[in-house]
Structures are given as C-alpha cells and as structure tokens.
Ligand binder design. Sequence first.
Ligand SMILES: Cc1cc2nc3c(=O)[nH]c(=O)nc-3n(C[C@H](O)[C@H](O)[C@H](O)COP(=O)(O)OP(=O)(O)OC[C@H]3O[C@@H](n4cnc5c(N)ncnc54)[C@H](O)[C@@H]3O)c2cc1C
Length: 325
Amino acid sequence: MEELYDVTVIGGGTTGLYAAFYSGMRDLKTKVIEYQPQVGGKVSFFYPEKEIYDVGGFPGITGEELVANVKEQAEMIDPAFVTGVKVTSFEKKEGGTLLLATDDGQTHHTKTVIVASGLGTFDMQPLEVKGSEHYDGKQIHYTIQNLEQYRGRKVAVVSQNRVGIDWSLALEGVADEVHLLNRGDEFKAVYEQDVEKVEASSVHIHKNKKIEELRGKDDLKEAVLQDGSVLEVDHILVYEGLQIDKSLYDAWGLETDKGRIPVSTDMCASMEGVFVAGDAAVYPAKTMLIASGFNEAMAAVNSAAKYLDPKAKSQVYSTVIYKHK
Ligand SMILES: Cc1cc2nc3c(=O)[nH]c(=O)nc-3n(C[C@H](O)[C@H](O)[C@H](O)COP(=O)(O)OP(=O)(O)OC[C@H]3O[C@@H](n4cnc5c(N)ncnc54)[C@H](O)[C@@H]3O)c2cc1C
C-alpha cells in the first residue's frame, strides 16, 4: 500500500519548501514533489547569484543562500522528498483521499494537497551544438550555482538576454576570463544600463557569434565559433530562453484564472482539501514575491490542519518541532 500523507506539497520552490517546514511544525506528515532534479524553483533557476534585499530578516542574501536556508529549514522536519517527477493529474477517491499521479507512473496518496507549483514547469533551452550533452553538468551549465567552481577559469556565457549579462557580471572578478556570446547583434529584455554596465566591464562581448563546435576529449577545452575563431574555455554557461510547460491546474480540475488559482485569504482552492500558496495563487493585491509565498504557505498549512482536524488551533508558535518517523 502507498503511504498516506497528511499533506503533499506540489513544487519545491521557496514557497513549497517553506510550506513543508510549516506543515511539519503543525505535526503533519508531509511529502514534497518537485519536477526539477533539485529544489529551489525560480530562485535557483533564474537568479541564484543575485543579492535579494526584500525578504524579512535578511538585509541581503544571495538566491543560492536563501534556497539553502529554506531547504535546511524544511529538512528539520524530515519531509519525504520526491524530485525529478511531475504531477500530471489528481483524482479524489471515496473517503476524500487524493491520488496524485506523476509522470514516472507512480501514484501518491494524500489527505490534502498544497499547490506551490508556481506557473508550471520550465526547462532551459539546450545549447544546440553537437555533443554538448557530453559535458552537461560538468562543464556546461544552465544555472550559475556555486560561483567558486569558476574561480581562475575561462568561462563563456551564451546568451542574448539580461540573465547572460547578470551572469557575466557575477563571474567578473571570480573567473580569469569571461566571454559573453550573443548570437544576435543586440541584447533582448534588457535595460540600457545593463548593457552599459557590461560594456564598461572586463567581460569580452562577442556579437553575432555562436558556437559551432566543441573540442576536448574527456574535458571540454575549446569552443569554435562560426567565423572559425577558437575560444579556450573551461566552462560554458547557457541561457537561451526557456521552454515553459504551462500549469496543469485546469487539467487537475481546479478553477483557474489565466493559469493561476484564485483563492481567498484561507488559501483554499475550488476542490476540498486542496490549498494554494506562492506564485500559483491569485487574489486581489497578490504580489508575486518570495516573502508573500512564505506567508501564504503558513495560511495554506493552517487551513489544511483545520481541514484535517476542525478542532486544530488556528495558529501555533514555533516552540516545538515535530519529526515524523
Ligand atoms: C528574474 C526574477 C527576479 C526576481 N527577483 C525577486 C526578488 O528580488 N525578490 C522577491 O521576493 N521575488 C523575486 N522574484 C519572484 C520570486 O522569484 C517568485 O515570487 C518566487 O520564486 C515564487 O516561488 P514559488 O515557490 O511560489 O514558485 P516557483 O519558484 O516557480 O517554484 C515552483 C516549483 O514547482 C515546480 N513544479 C511546477 N509544476 C510542477 C508539477 N506539475 N509537478 C512537480 N513540480 C512542479 C517547478 O519546477 C518549481 O520548482 C523574481 C522573479 C524573477 C523571475
């Protein structure tokens, strides 16, 4: 028999991780299901290196550090983590148990669900150079986690976007050489000051250039550009846009509004036992920010606790941390 959980959180972004922690604080047996191989959601995906200034209690913290902290906080209550799988559908059984199906053919049984899956799943557009997958994760990266691995190295950033400019500037001063390869003749989705900043930096900007060939037997050594010029490289960072798979909330049978889930202040969705938090939720004056996700996660868990036991307290203080065995 599949184990039955009190709460299953869909999405392991900052909201989902915090929801998992809070659910444990309310002594609820908790599972997190995340599509990416690692947790962290948009913060890990888009801006791990960025300094974040608007989360209470942190005058400044990088995305990577914030995710590490929220993950550590979630792990304090030992939730079950299932990563690398996508929730594709759910079904309510007689007696109220929800059955979540994932794309690996498994089902997950739960009394309640907290939807913290943002706007759906996203994957990076891969570098379209023959054999690039051979170096994936080792020398070709699609996020900029762990800046230290680039120290003293030669790095090429492949991007036309502000993300590429941000990464290049974050690498400047860490890497030995930074090359920003733009396959067009201008940058997209940027402010003028972003371009001015990178132009004034030591980053080598190559416009109308893309990689045609990668050389190096076991380790990547060189990138050959379409004009035949050769760049020595130790690492390549790629941001060529996203493949977004829109949210499946309609298919899950939930009421939606432009791909998100309308809720009131108790964070209840249109299906009993289903609660929502973070970017997935929409209500008047909703802000799509990390801190709002934390607050909504708390409200969603409190509502789930009340749903599971109408006599449960409306709120608790963080005096006791429970661990489910
Ligand atoms: C460039 C940029 C800069 C930003 N800067 C700031 C800032 O400075 N301060 C701030 O507060 N906010 C900022 N934000 C907004 C902030 O990142 C989001 O509000 C926050 O990340 C939302 O977190 P979340 O956990 O709700 O959603 P997400 O981070 O989107 O996480 C959702 C998770 O659910 C997973 N998922 C989706 N569908 C499924 C499925 N079917 N099955 C399993 N898993 C699934 C996804 O893979 C993802 O990991 C910024 C956003 C961007 C894009």
